[in-house]
Ligand binder design. Structure first.
Ligand code: FES
Length: 160
């Protein structure tokens, strides 16, 4: 009898069991991990878009800056975990806004030369009152209630 030693012989198959991982199991673990990471990457921006600052929640009263800190470039701060900014207004006062774009949640940038906010994602623009003035954003930026006490600029909740 002649023994077949050619390449047609079946390759040895891994045995299922403790300490042995099959190609199928390895790939399913890799795909499950990639799916979880992908969903997490989308979930956080979606939640921030849907609820930039939750209405109806108890708002913190927070000193966000002093008047000396607010230059024409504005002054960034976080309010209720939301990137925000206080800017000097044309009438000599101050206004504070969430920097979360009302289109798809990108972070807008204050343009002191033009006195408007510009969104880098789809070229949305908001004026110094937060009003959406061009591009796809469907509504104004979230504006905060702001009070000045001495030199302290204090934010507490959403302006209506
Ligand atoms: S996310 Fe700002 S314009 Fe689209």
């Amino acid at each position: 009898m002649i023994e077949d030693k050619s390449s047609h012989a079946a390759a040895p198959q891994p045995k299922e069991g403790v300490g042995v991982i099959t190609r199928r199991r390895f790939l399913s673990v890799v795909f499950a991990g990639a799916t979880a990471v992908g969903l997490g990457a989308f979930a956080a921006p979606l939640a921030r878009y849907a609820y930039p600052v939750l209405k109806g929640q108890v708002f913190a009263r927070q000193q966000v800056a002093t008047t000396a800190q607010v230059t024409a470039d504005g002054f960034k701060f976080d309010y209720m975990d939301t990137p925000s900014m206080v800017i000097p207004t044309s009438d000599g006062g101050y206004a504070a806004f969430s920097l979360v774009c009302t289109h798809l949640g990108c972070i807008v940038k204050w343009e002191p030369k033009n006195k408007d906010f510009h969104c880098p994602c789809h070229a949305g623009k908001f004026d110094e009152t937060g009003k959406n003035i061009s591009g796809p954003p469907p509504k104004p930026l979230t504006k905060y209630n702001l009070t000045i006490q001495g030199t302290a600029i204090i934010v507490e909740g959403i302006a209506t």
